[in-house]
Write a protein that binds this ligand. Structure first.
Ligand code: FAD
Ligand code: NAI
Length: 465
């Protein structure tokens, strides 16, 4: 078989690259080692985690907020088995959608482990039968796997990764989370809402430390009310398992040892690029020590006809970043001149309230010595937020001190995940804070708070605070 392009890996990077290549008239193949398409995101990442976040949020609201709304919901019970089953059904439908898209775009799907024989020949092993593909171009989109610490035995029963945390058979009594990043706070939230005590052990001094620091501080306050406790600036030194009991030992910034006992331990300290089994050496493709494939600014590897995208290359490990890169490479192959503005790839944390960010954080602006001004608006001053009882959080707009151009937007609050899109559009068009302040925002909506934060940033003229 001979193809113009062969994509290895069917996550959001790979399957989107394949679709765009096919749209541009290229004969395209995609290889996936698992039975279902969609990669980490659809099978054990974005989609199932959001399904459980939504289910657990319904329970949390019914238990804690319905009474105030005037709804009597007594005898509430969690049926975790059903919650997990529904999540499975959402995943099943979503991955089936990718099968449909492959057929629609006439992309040939190969199931099995893809590995290089040479730079133009790929072997696919482990499916129905072993096959060999000849190809002009290759796009590597093999994604990532959970990282671990050398001294932690991930038994996947009590000491688990996000994958097992999406398939629990009972709600933990005390979940110890190592790493207070995105997975830690999202999956920690699921089980905290369902009744678990959640202890987060984080190496740095705040939750979600890569985002604007004000977001982590706010999130910490809210999650504390939901049953979270924190061990910040703590370095884990040991994890011991004795039957169903877990003991995590950590060292605080004073060098003192702290012991935390629980029944489950979720290790969420980041993910590492995944290239095992690819036999990169047969094609001469260079990867760094941690497996990250080296690419230039066109996402081309050191071998001219081989590209790499998504979690397996540098940059944020996000599904929409992988998708943008998939489209980018397809368009490069078609001779176009695409562009990705990495600064404007938004980051979202699906806790409740949600956290969303785009552009520079305040810390980055300080470090880069870019003069800026800041305006913020709290949701407690929003009529829409009061109506829905979602008054926690705020929107912060950072604008250039002289030009008023919006440089960063950081929000924690209701539906921030969707609202950040307005900030992305504004920043792509290089809007000033005043530009947004002069645009009508429907009333009552959460988006009015963005306009108010822009008014506050323009020259401190928010109308409702
Ligand atoms: P992947 O999705 O990892 O796909 C790679 C695919 O390649 C896999 O299917 C793998 O089986 C296959 N593969 C690997 N090697 C081979 C081989 N040799 N041959 C054949 N196939 C191979 N991101 C967001 O933007 N939003 C979210 O809400 C979000 N939530 C997440 C929640 C969790 C719990 C996790 C773990 C991740 C989440 N992410 C989220 C991150 C997101 O899943 C990844 O950034 C995204 O999946 C990366 O896409 P990718 O195409 O690079 O790789
Ligand atoms: P992460 O990088 O978000 O967080 C890891 C955290 O662990 C960091 O805060 C780090 O300081 C801490 N840490 C590292 N080593 C430690 C140690 N030894 N002891 C204590 N703390 C330690 O990684 P996470 O949460 O595992 O997620 C992996 C990737 O998946 C992320 O890159 C993220 O982008 C992606 N993801 C995205 C989601 C979203 O977009 N909503 C949801 C879930 C995951």
């Amino acid at each position: 078989m001979k193809y113009d392009v062969t994509v290895i890996g069917s996550g959001p990077g790979g399957y989107v690259a394949a679709i765009r290549c096919a749209q541009l008239g290229m004969q395209t193949a995609i290889i996936e080692k698992y039975d279902t398409l969609g990669g980490t995101c659809l099978n054990v990442g974005c989609i199932p985690s959001k399904a459980l976040l939504d289910s657990s949020e319904h329970y949390h609201n019914a238990k804690n907020h319905f009474k105030t709304h005037g709804i009597d919901a007594t005898n509430l019970k969690v049926n975790l088995k059903q919650m997990i089953k529904r999540k499975g059904e959402v995943v099943r439908q979503t991955v089936a959608g990718i099968d449909f898209l492959m057929k629609k775009n006439k992309i040939d799907v190969f199931h099995g482990l893809g590995s290089f024989i040479n730079k133009n020949t790929i072997s696919v092993n482990g499916g129905d039968k072993d096959q060999t593909i000849e190809t002009e171009y290759v796009i590597i989109a093999t994604g990532s796997k959970p990282a671990n610490l050398p001294f932690i035995n991930l038994d996947k029963k009590r000491v688990i990764t996000s994958t097992e945390a999406l398939n629990m058979s009972s709600v933990p009594k005390h979940l110890i989370v190592i790493g207070g990043g995105v997975i830690g706070v999202e999956l920690g939230s699921v089980y905290a809402r369902l009744g678990a005590k959640v202890s987060v052990v984080e190496f740095l001094d705040s939750l979600i430390p890569t985002m604007d620091r004000s977001m982590g501080r706010e999130l910490q306050k809210v999650l504390k009310k939901n049953g979270f406790e924190y061990y910040l600036k703590h370095k884990v030194t040991a994890v011991e398992t004795k039957g169903p009991d877990i003991k995590v030992t950590a060292e605080n910034s004073k060098g003192e040892q702290v012991e935390i006992s629980g029944d489950y331990c979720l290790v969420s300290i980041g993910r590492r690029p995944y290239t095992e089994g690819l036999k990169l050496e047969n094609a001469g493709v260079r990867a760094g020590e941690n497996g990250q494939i080296e690419v230039d600014d066109q996402l081309r590897t050191n071998v001219k006809n081989i590209f790499a995208i998504g979690d397996v290359v540098k940059g944020a490990m996000l599904a929409h970043k992988a998708e943008e890169e998939g489209v980018f490479v397809a368009e490069i192959l078609a001779g176009q001149k695409p562009h990705i503005n990495y600064l404007l790839i938004p980051g979202v944390v699906y806790t409740w309230p949600e956290v969303a960010s785009v552009g520079y954080s305040e810390e980055q602006l300080k470090e880069k010595e870019i003069p800026y001004k800041s305006g913020s608006f709290p949701f407690k001053a929003s009529g829409r937020a009061r109506a829905s009882m979602d008054t926690e959080g705020l929107i912060k707009v950072l604008a250039h001190k002289v030009t008023d151009e919006i440089l960063g937007v950081h929000m924690i609050g209701p539906r921030a995940a969707d609202m950040i899109a307005e900030a992305v559009v504004a920043m792509e068009y290089r809007a000033s804070a005043e530009d947004i302040s002069r645009m009508s925002h429907a009333h009552p909506t959460f988006t009015e708070s963005f306009k108010e934060a822009c008014l506050a940033a323009t020259d401190n003229r928010a109308l409702h605070i």
